[in-house]
Design a protein around this ligand. Structure first.
Ligand code: NAP
Length: 646
C-alpha cells in the first residue's frame, strides 16, 4: 500500500502541497510515532474544520518532507504500521488534529466510524449460525430503498438472511431520488455523510450535489448486488401483525394499481422522516392558473427563465433552491413566515482539489483521519451549548452565553453579507435562539436577497388568487409560478401506511397524527418484529450525519434478528415499561434544550410542543444506547409458543 504512494515522488509532493495539514500530520504521527512534530503543529490548529488552522508554511513543508521520507521508508523496508495504536497515542493524535481535547469516551466510536484498525467493525456476525432451513424460512421485508433501507439490505445479506425491499419509486435513492430541485445538495460533509463501510474516495465536492449522491447510492447497490432484491414501483399501503402466525401480512399496490399481500417474519421500515411533502392548504391554492409545485416534486417541464416566481418557505430546501434559480428568473419573491439561522462554511461550495483526491486514494490512513476530523467538526461539539441556562437573562433570543456568542457571530456575518442593510437584516435575523430550527448553511442566500430581481416578503399569506399571492395586510404579489419550499409531514411518521399491531390497534390509534414514540426510536409495544429506522426522536439537529444514526439502528436491528434466529424466537416485542421509561427520559432531556424552546415552531415538534422527531442525545450517547441489543427489554415468544397478550 505504501508503494503506490511513493511510486511517483513528484506526484506525491505535488498532492501533499494541496492536502490539508491536520490529516497529513496525523498520518505522519501514526506512521512515524513522531509526537514532537505533532506537538509543534498542534498549537496552530484551532478546530477540526480544514480551514481552522494557521500552521506556518515552513512547518507545513517540514511535515510534508518528513511524511515523504516515512512513506519511502515503509515502501523500501516492507514495514507494516502498528496494528492498533495505544489509546493514549490515538487520543494525542486526535486532540492535536482536531485542535480540541478528544475525551477517552469517544475513542471507541471514532475507531469504529473511521475503521482505523481495518475491517468492518459495525458488521454483525453470528454467534451460532442457524441451520440453512431456519434462515430460509425467515424473511425480512424492508420498506424503502434509500440510504437506510439499502444499509439494512447489505447487512442482512452479510448474515445470509433472506430479504426483499419494497420501493414505491422506480429507482433507488429515496430522498436523493425525489429531491431534484436546482441546487439540491447535502449540507453534511460527505466524506462523513456516506456509509462507514463503503467510503467513497472520489467525491468531487466536500458537500456533494444530489446527482453525485445518487450515483454513490446506485454504485453501492451495484457493488453489493442489491437490485435484484428490490421491487420497484410498488407501495406498501398497509401491514398487519398476525399473532397466530408470528408474521406480518403486508399489503402492496403495484404501479398498475394491482393489490397483493405478502408475508414477512420481520418488517423494517426505512421510509425516512422527510418523505411526504407538506403542501399547506392556503385558501385559493387550486385557483392559481400558473404552475405550482413542491421542491420535492420539481416540475422540470416548467422553464423558469424570464418568469415571476414565488417561493414560499425559507428552510433548507429554499436555501438551496432560491440562489440557484434567482439568476435566471425575471423576479423571485421569497415569502418568509419565519426567518431561519444560517452559518457560513468556507468548504460548502468547494471542489475537492486534485491533490486531495490523490492523497485520499494513495496515502494510507489520510481518508480515515479526514473522516475523523469531519465527525469531530460537525457533531457533538455544540451539544452542550444547546441547553438552557436557567440563569441566562435573555431566554427569548438565546439560551446561554455560548449560544449568545453564536448569535452575535452569525449576526455579524449576515450584516456583512447584506452590506450593512439594517432594514433587511432586521427581517432575516430570527427572534429565537440559534439552532431552534435546523441550522442552515448559507448558500449565498443573503447575497441573493440583495439582487435587484429578488424581494423578500415577510408575514402571513392570506390567499392565492388566479395570478397572485395576497398577504394578510392586503398586499398583492403577481406571479407566474409558485414553488412550495414548505417541507415535509415529518411528525406524521409512517403515514400514509396503515400498520396494525398485535392487539388490532393501528399505529395512528396509538400515535395520533403527530405524537410518535418508540424505544430507541426503533421498536414499539404491540408491534412485534417491526423495526423502524429514522423513527421517532432519531433526527440529528445539533450536528452529525444521519447515516451514522442509520448504521447504529441497523446494527441494533441485526442483533435483534440474530437473537431471534439463534434463540428460535418467533416474536420480539419491546416491553411497555422499557419503552415508556425511555420516552420519559427523551422528553425530560428535551425540556432543557433548544428544540423545545416555546418561541419556535418547527418540524421537530408536534402541535403540543413535544419534540417528536429530533434526538436529544449526543451521537456518542445514541451509539452507546444502540450498540448492544438487550433482550431483557423485550417480550419473546418461541416458535412453538403462542404469543401471550400482555
Ligand atoms: P422546512 O425546514 O420544514 O421549511 C419549510 C418552510 O416552509 C419554512 O420556512 C416554513 O415556515 C415554510 N412554510 C410552511 N408552511 C407555510 C405556510 N403555510 N406559509 C408560509 N410559509 C410556510 O422544510 P425544508 O426546507 O424542505 O427542509 C426540511 C428538512 O429537510 C431540513 O430541515 C433538512 O433536515 C432536510 N433537508 C436537507 C437538505 C440538505 O442536506 N442540504 C436540503 C433540504 C432539506 P416556518 O418556518 O414559519 O414554519
Amino acid at each position: 500500500m505504501f508503494e503506490a504512494a511513493v511510486k511517483d515522488e513528484a506526484a506525491l509532493r505535488a498532492a501533499l502541497a494541496e492536502a490539508d495539514i491536520a490529516p497529513t500530520v496525523m498520518v505522519l504521527a501514526q506512521l512515524s510515532g513522531d509526537m514532537a512534530i505533532l506537538d509543534e503543529v498542534a498549537p496552530h490548529i484551532q478546530g477540526a474544520w480544514s480551514f481552522m488552522e494557521s500552521v506556518p508554511e515552513p512547518l507545513k513543508q517540514k511535515v510534508r518532507d518528513r511524511l515523504v521520507e516515512v512513506l519511502k521508508e515503509y515502501a523500501a523496508t516492507g514495514r507494516k504500521p502498528a496494528a492498533e495504536l495505544p489509546t493514549a497515542t490515538l487520543q494525542r493524535i486526535m486532540t492535536a488534529g482536531a485542535g480540541q481535547h478528544v475525551p477517552d469516551e469517544y475513542i471507541p466510536v471514532l475507531l469504529e466510524e473511521t475503521r482505523l484498525n481495518g475491517g468492518d467493525p459495525r458488521a454483525v456476525h453470528w454467534h451460532h449460525r442457524p441451520a440453512a432451513a431456519t434462515l430460509d424460512a425467515f424473511k425480512v421485508v424492508i420498506i424503502g430503498a434509500g440510504f437506510s433501507g439499502l444499509c439494512s439490505a447489505i447487512r442482512l445479506q452479510d448474515l445470509g438472511i433472506p430479504y426483499q425491499i419494497i420501493e414505491k419509486n422506480p429507482d433507488v435513492g429515496g430522498t436523493w431520488l425525489e429531491n431534484a430541485y436546482p441546487g439540491c445538495a447535502v449540507d453534511t460533509p460527505n466524506h462523513f455523510y456516506s456509509y462507514s463501510f463503503n467510503p467513497n474516495e472520489a467525491w468531487t465536492r466536500h458537500f456533494s450535489r444530489r446527482d453525485e449522491l445518487l450515483a454513490y447510492i446506485r454504485s453501492s447497490v451495484d457493488k453489493y448486488g442489491l437490485r435484484q432484491h428490490i421491487r420497484f414501483g410498488t407501495e406498501v399501503t398497509a401491514a398487519a401483525y398476525d399473532e397466530a402466525g408470528g408474521a406480518w401480512s403486508i399489503k402492496l399496490r403495484g404501479a398498475d394499481g394491482k393489490a397483493e399481500t405478502i408475508q414477512a417474519s420481520a418488517l423494517i421500515s426505512a421510509v425516512g422522516q422527510l418523505n411526504r411533502p407538506s403542501i399547506p392548504n392556503i385558501p385559493g391554492k387550486d385557483r392559481f392558473k400558473g404552475k405550482l409545485f413542491h421542491t420535492a416534486q420539481w416540475d422540470n417541464s416548467v422553464d423558469l427563465a424570464g418568469k415571476r416566481v414565488a417561493m414560499i418557505g425559507t428552510g433548507a430546501s429554499a436555501m438551496q433552491t432560491g440562489p440557484s434559480i434567482a439568476p435566471d428568473v425575471a423576479h423571485l419573491t421569497v415569502f418568509q413566515r419565519t426567518p431561519h439561522w444560517a452559518v457560513s462554511n468556507p468548504n460548502y461550495h468547494k471542489e475537492v482539489s486534485p491533490g486531495t483526491l490523490w492523497v485520499i486514494k494513495h496515502i494510507p490512513y489520510y481518508a480515515q483521519w479526514m473522516r475523523f476530523l469531519l465527525f469531530w467538526a460537525g457533531s457533538d461539539g455544540f451539544h452542550n451549548t444547546l441547553q438552557v441556562d436557567p440563569n441566562w437573562p435573555h431566554q427569548d433570543r438565546s439560551l446561554n452565553e455560548k449560544n449568545q456568542a453564536m448569535r452575535d457571530m452569525i449576526v455579524d456575518y449576515v450584516r456583512k453579507e447584506l452590506d450593512g442593510d439594517e432594514e433587511l437584516l432586521a427581517k432575516v435575523i430570527p427572534p429565537y435562539p440559534p439552532y431552534g430550527k435546523r441550522m442552515l448553511r448559507d448558500n449565498y442566500w443573503y447575497r441573493m436577497l440583495k439582487r435587484p430581481n429578488v424581494s423578500l416578503v415577510t408575514g402571513d399569506i392570506a390567499e392565492i388568487t388566479e395570478d397572485a399571492i395576497v398577504m394578510q395586510d392586503g398586499t398583492r404579489h403577481e406571479v407566474d409560478v409558485i414553488i412550495m419550499a414548505t417541507g415535509f409531514q415529518a411528525s406524521k411518521m409512517l403515514a400514509p401506511m396503515e400498520l396494525r399491531g398485535r392487539t388490532g390497534r393501528t399505529i395512528r390509534d396509538i400515535w395520533g397524527d403527530d405524537d410518535p414514540r418508540a424505544y430507541l426510536g426503533i421498536t414499539v409495544p404491540e408491534f412485534p418484529n417491526l423495526f423502524l429506522i429514522y423513527g421517532p426522536n432519531t433526527n440529528l439537529a445539533h450536528g452529525g450525519s444521519i447515516i451514522f444514526h442509520t448504521e447504529c439502528q441497523v446494527r441494533y436491528i441485526m442483533q435483534a434478528l440474530r437473537f431471534m434466529l439463534e434463540h428460535d424466537e418467533r416474536a420480539l416485542e419491546v416491553k411497555r415499561e422499557a419503552h415508556d421509561e425511555y420516552n420519559r427520559l427523551v422528553d425530560q432531556t428535551h425540556r432543557g434544550m433548544v428544540w423545545a424552546h416555546p418561541g419556535v415552531m418547527s418540524w421537530y415538534k408536534n402541535k403540543h410542543n413535544r419534540v417528536t422527531v429530533t434526538s436529544p442525545w449526543r451521537l456518542l450517547d445514541y451509539w452507546r444506547l444502540t450498540r448492544d441489543f438487550d433482550a431483557s427489554k423485550y417480550l419473546t415468544h418461541g416458535a412453538e409458543q403462542a404469543v401471550a397478550a400482555e
